[in-house]
Write a protein that binds this ligand. Sequence first.
Ligand code: ADP
Length: 714
Amino acid sequence: MAKKPPRSQSTSGRPKAKSAAGPTGSPLVRPTAEPVAALPVQDPPPPVADTGPTTARGSNPAPIEVPQEVPAEVPAEMPMELPAEAPAEIPIETPIEVPVQAPELKRAAVAAASEPPAKPPAPPRAVGPGGPGEPVTPAAAWPPSARPLRPRPAAAAEPVVEPAPIHAPEPASASAAPVPEAVDALAFPAEPEPVPASMPEAIPKPAPEPSPHPAPPPAQHRPSLFIVHITPEMAPVAKVGGLADVVFGLSRELAIRGNHVEVILPKYDNLRYDHIFELHEVYRDLWVPWYEGAIHCTVYFGFVHDRKCFFIEPHSQDNFFNRGGVYGYKDDVLRFAFFSRAAMEFLWKAGKHPDIIHCHDWQTALVPVLLFEMFQALGMTHPRVCLTIHNFAHQGITGPELLRATGLHRPERFLDYNRLRDNRYVNAINLLKGGIVYSNFVTTVSPRYAFETKDQGQGFGLEPTLHTHHMKYGGVVNGIDYDVWNPEVDRLIPTHYGVENIEGKYANKRALRQRLMLADNDKPIVAFIGRLDPQKGLDLLRHAIFFALERGAQFVLLGSSPDPRINGDFWGLKGMLNDSPDCHLEIGFDEELSHLIYAGSDIMLVPSRFEPCGLTQLISLRYGTIPVVRSVGGLADTVFDKDYSTHPLHERNGYVFQDYDQPGLESALGRAIACYFHHPDHFRELMKNAMRTDYSWNIPGQDYLNIYDYIRNK
Ligand code: ADP
C-alpha cells in the first residue's frame, strides 16, 4: 500500500475549551427506562444553611483530587476571572509519552497490510471489568435613561410581544427595596437522603416505590408551556460539546409535544450561519446595564432547523462574542455573565413571561439569581427555573467584581455561604453554586452522575451544596436527536442502513477507510471521537491505540484540544503512526467526518475518568457501533456489558470496565475485538441490541416535562 502523505490539521479546529442518578431518594432519580415517579408537592420550609464543606467531604468515601485545605481567602493575585474553573480539582494528566514498542509495531502493521488476511489475535485474557485477578463484578444590558424597545418585524410564527412601557430598574443595592427571597420558593429537606454504600450498578435495583400521586397525564392532555432555553451552545450553529446537542434535541422534543419553545443564544461571529434560516433583526435597541453604564445590543431572530432562536449581539469594545470561538478567553466568566443579564433584560423588555426558563451550565447559572433577586421585583413573578448541569468540572468562579458588573451589588448578601460564595474561596463568587441555590430544580445529565457528584466526591467542591438542595436535584439521561443521528436517514453518510439491513454499515466502513486511507482488510475499526480533555481518559486512550493495533484492529481518532500541549502530544503520536495503514488520527473538529466514523466503525472507545452523560456512546449505539466504556456517570447508565451485566441478554449492548487502569481497558477492549474476530454472530447480535435501544428524546423529554410541571405547581 502507498505511503500516506502527511496531513495538515483538519477543518475548523475551533477553540473547544469547555469552561463548561442515581442518587437514591430524589424524586426524579430513576433508571432511564422507568417512568418518573410523581413528584411530592410540599410547602417550602425555611432556608436551610449548608452544612459546610468539611462535614460533607468527610462523609465522602472516595474523594477526587480536592485540596484538603480550604484557603482562608482568595489569593491576592487572583484575577477578577479565575482563569479556569475549579482548576485545583481537574485531574492532572501525565504527558503523553511515546511508547518504545511503537516502531516495531508500525513496521509490523505495514507489513501485515501487504499480506492479507489479518492474523487472528491471541485469545483475550479472561479477566473481568475489574482487571486481571479481580473478581468479576457486574458492569456493573441599560442606557442613562430607559429607552423603549423598537421591535423589528418578526417572523409570522414568532410571538414577540411589544413590551409595556418600560421603567428603568434601579440597580439592586443595599438601599434598594427588599427583594423576594428566591430560596423561599424552594423545597428543602429535613433529612439528607441515605448514601448508598456501594456503586449502584453493583447492587440489585430496588423495585420502584409506589407513588401516592397519579401518573403524569398523557402528553396530549398537558397544557402547553412557554419554555425558554438560555444557553451558550446549540447544535449545529454553536457546538463545542454535548451541551449543544442536548439543547438542540430537547428543544425539538418539547416543541413536538405541543409546547412553545424558544432558545436564546449569544450571536457569536462564528455561528454556522448556513444552518440559520430567515435571520433578521427583531430588536435594535436593547440596552443592557453593565457596570455603571450600559451596553447596546441588537437581537436577531432565526430558525435553526425549526427551532425558534434569538441571538443577542452586544456592541461594545469588549467584543464579547466576536472572537472566533465560543470559549477559551480570560474573561469567559464576564462574557457569559453579561449574556445572562442580557437574556433576562430581553425577556423582560419584550414582555415575555415564560412558564419555564431552562438554563445550562455555569455560563447561564446567573439567570435564576437575576430573576429572583432583580427581575421578580420588576414584575417577572411567573417563570420557574430549571438548571441543567452538564459538567461540574467547570463552575464559573470569579471575584466579587462580578456583582458590580451585573448590577447585583450587595456583596454582604451574595458573598454568603448559602448563596453565591464559593465553597473553598471565601472571597470568590461561584456562578454554578448560585444557580443550584436559586433554581427551582437542578438536573444533571445522568442518574449515576447525580449520585457521583453528590455522594462520591465528584462535585468539584459543590457536594455540600448538592446535599443541602438534594430534594430538587436529580439526573435525567440525555437523549440524542434521531433526525440527526440515525443511520437510516443520515445525509452525511454514503449508505443508509438499519437494524434490518445492517450490511449497509459495511459500505460506510469501506467509505471511511477510503477517506482516511486505511487498508481494506478484515479488521475491526476501533474509534474515538471527543474533546482531547483529561476528563476523557487520554492516557488510556493512548494505550488503547497501541493495544488495538497489537490485537489486529484498526484505530481511528477524531478529537482536538484547546490546550496546545495536549494537541502537540497527539500531533506527535500522529506523526509516529502516520505510516500505519491501520491507524488514522484526525486532530481537529469535524462534524461531518464524525458521522462517517460513527457509521463506519465497529467499536467506539470511551475510557473516561468521569463522564456526566456522554453522547458518543449513545450515538454509537444507534449506528450499531459497539461501545467499550468505563463504568462511570452516564456511561454506566447506558452501556451494559455483554458478558457481565445483570441486565437481560437483549439489553446488553457493549463492553464495560471498572478500574481506570490499563488492565481494565485491555480486558474490555480485548473482549470486544476477540468477539468481533471469533464470534461474529454474537457481535452482530450485540449490534442489533445496540441499534434497538431507545435513546431518543422521547423518555427524557417526558422527564423534563414532569420536572417543569412539578416546579410550576409549587
Ligand atoms: P462532552 O460534552 O464532554 O464534549 P459528549 O460525549 O457529551 O462529550 O458530547 C460530545 C459531542 O461532541 C458528540 O456529539 C461528539 O460527536 C461531538 N464531538 C466531540 N469532539 C468532536 C470532534 N473533534 N469533531 C466532531 N464532533 C466532535
